[in-house]
Design a protein around this ligand. Structure first.
Ligand code: HC1
Ligand code: SF4
Length: 579
């Protein structure tokens, strides 16, 4: 162990600890910009490039970057001398001298780490002028890259390469021309980007943002010819409150419904309903495959892989094209919802599918891309017309002058607004497979499941495994979140070494609660853990906690679909993948 003094406070740390971490451990916040660390998610970005975190070490001539400098015995560190503060000001002024001054209209304004830093350092003038760099813009269906705002912190590059292992982003060119971009500076759309949005989630400035479709929603809401139906994803309710200053982990389900009604949606429904439906289809498909597999049917492949995360789907289509017959064919809840809204529900309203506009509110950027996939449309009319993120919903609420905190709780509309606890837990890593197990157990064994919580499937570790006892039959279940972790499980499957019968994969660290469209977490993993707890709290408070017990799901089957995996279910609720 090492003892040192930081700002007159003694501190004891392990060998190898940086000054930045040592200071943090005693409550001293050294400002930083490029640096970001998320322990549980295996993410650390410390290029040491921005030099905002410089500090003074007694006896050393030069200032040192706190993120890169390890503590040594007897070190005496000062984190805010005049020399240090002047150096930080110079560094930030230099960054700002090559940054567009568009704060008033920037999508990231109020959330931008560079803006906050400039304010905290009291910068009122930029003493360095000259030419500014300009780069090609890039708009995909999900992500906007405005690289004039890039400060080369490389967080996006690190998360895309090291956590997601997609490898789309890297620094290209030299000096003034250098920028983080896909190879050959092609557009994201032409790359193998999965639209997971994790680069957006960690970008400190407005260089990477979501493609904003709030205008499309407003256009639909003011069109008297359209019936506008909205669905809200499980993870949104556990994070939307943060956008209005509430504590992370505050559940705002009722207020969210109330806000959506005030915004003028004709029907406020829940993606969780469709999550229950997904369990019916995917769970039945799993049991069907399992039974045939155990009967020795050589044409059947296991493990079955969940398929509700569109970034994950795009990942395996690009990276494991020879394995596209392994994931479940069940569409994601977002898409199942759209298909049911525009058939079953439109029929109930006596309307044509084109008269309905289906909007989804998602924690996710890849959902924007998912709903543009051709197989999810009929004659050019998409099953889900517009997908907006949690952040965009917060913007719509603010634009409409709705005082979110003072809203009363309201209930979802019926029939597509009723959900069980199983539908809710889709929003966190481990939740989809736990929901599936709750139903598959009862369908397979014919027995009543007393305890619905499967603690062994829960947690935040990137790779988890558990064995669940199906009345004597042991099922091996794997869980991965973050695409790098998914890759490890898939490589085992490809090599024929996988021990699993079923695997849940979510592209984003934490699952949907950590989606690229959620309020920014600024690297604080505790926020994700609080959202995860909130999801399990909502589940625990639900009267019904198994998907097959949802009375409106039962009604949907008896009135319309017949049974899981029926011809109509196949037509509306299942899909195929492309290599
Ligand atoms: Fe998700 Fe899903 S859980 S993918 O993480 O299966 O986005 O929340 O809506 O579709 O239900 C996201 C969340 C979401 C789908 C469901
Ligand atoms: Fe990489 Fe995901 Fe960003 Fe695409 S969206 S560039 S895959 S981090």
């Amino acid at each position: 162990i090492i003892k040192l003094i930081i700002d007159d406070k003694p501190v004891v740390v392990e060998q190898g600890t940086t000054i930045l971490e040592a200071a943090k451990s005693i409550g001293i916040k050294i400002p930083s910009l490029c640096y970001m660390k998320m322990d549980d998610l295996n993410f650390e970005n410390k290029p040491g490039g921005c030099r905002v975190c410089v500090i003074e070490v007694e006896g050393r001539r030069n200032l040192a970057p706190a993120c890169k400098t390890e503590c040594t015995e007897g070190m005496v560190v000062k984190t805010h001398t005049v020399r240090v503060i002047n150096a930080r000001r110079t560094v930030v002024e230099l960054i700002l001298s090559d940054h567009p001054a568009e704060c008033l209209t920037c999508a990231k304004s109020g959330e931008c780490e560079l803006q906050e830093l400039a304010q905290n350092l009291g910068i009122r003038e930029i003493h360095y002028t000259g030419e500014q760099s300009h780069y090609k813009g890039d708009q995909s269906p999900a992500i906007i890259r405005e690289m004039d705002k890039c400060i080369m912190c490389r967080r996006c590059e690190t998360i895309c390469n090291e956590v997601q292992t997609v490898g789309v982003l890297s620094a290209v060119n030299r000096g003034f021309e250098s920028v983080v971009a896909p190879a050959f500076e092609m557009d994201l759309d032409h790359s193998v980007c999965t639209y997971c949005g994790q680069c957006v989630a960690v970008c400190p400035t407005g260089a990477l943002t979501e493609r904003d479709y709030t205008w499309k929603v407003i256009e639909a809401l003011v069109d008297p010819q359209k019936t506008v139906v909205v669905q809200t994803a499980p993870a949104v309710r556990a994070a939307l409150g943060e956008a209005f200053g509430m504590e992370p982990g505050t559940l705002v389900t009722g207020k969210m419904v109330s806000a959506l009604k005030k915004l003028g949606f004709d029907y406020v429904f829940d993606t969780d309903f469709a999550a229950d439906l997904t369990i019916m289809e995917e769970g039945t498909e799993f049991l069907d495959r399992l039974t045939r597999y155990l009967d020795g049917d050589k044409s059947v492949k296991l493990p079955i892989l969940t398929s509700c995360c569109p970034a994950w789907v795009k990942f395996f289509e690009h990276q494991f094209p020879e394995m596209i017959d392994i994931p479940s064919t069940a569409k994601s809840p977002q898409q199942m919802f759209g298909a049911i809204a525009k058939s079953y529900f439109a029929k109930k309203l006596n309307k044509k599918r084109e008269d309905l506009v289906v909007v989804s509110v998602m924690p996710c950027l890849a959902k924007k891309y998912e709903c543009t996939r051709e197989e999810f449309a009929i004659n050019g009319d998409a099953d889900v017309n517009v997908s907006i993120t949690t952040r965009e919903l917060a913007r719509l609420i603010r634009n409409a002058n709705i005082d979110f905190a003072s809203l009363d709780d309201e209930d979802f509309d019926q029939p597509l607004g009723e959900s069980t606890g199983a539908g809710v837990i889709f929003g966190t890593t481990g939740g989809v497979i736990e929901a599936a197990v709750r139903t598959a157990y009862e369908l397979h064994t014919g027995k009543h499941l007393e305890k619905v919580e499967f603690e062994e499937l829960r947690g935040m570790e990137g790779l988890r495994k558990a064995t669940v006892d199906f009345d004597g039959m042991k099922l091996n279940i794997g869980i991965a979140h973050g695409l790098g972790n998914a890759r490890k499980l898939l490589e085992d499957v490809r090599a024929g070494k996988s021990e699993f019968h079923a695997i849940e994969i979510m592209a984003c660290p934490g699952g949907c609660i950590g989606g690229g469209g959620q309020p920014y977490h600024h690297g604080n993993v505790d926020i994700l853990k609080k959202r995860q707890k909130a999801i399990y709290r909502e589940d625990a408070g639900k009267a019904i906690r198994k998907s097959h017990e949802n009375p409106f799901i039962q009604e949907l089957y008896s009135e319309f679909l017949g049974r899981p995996l029926s011809d109509l279910s196949h037509e509306l609720l299942h899909t195929h993948y492309f290599n």
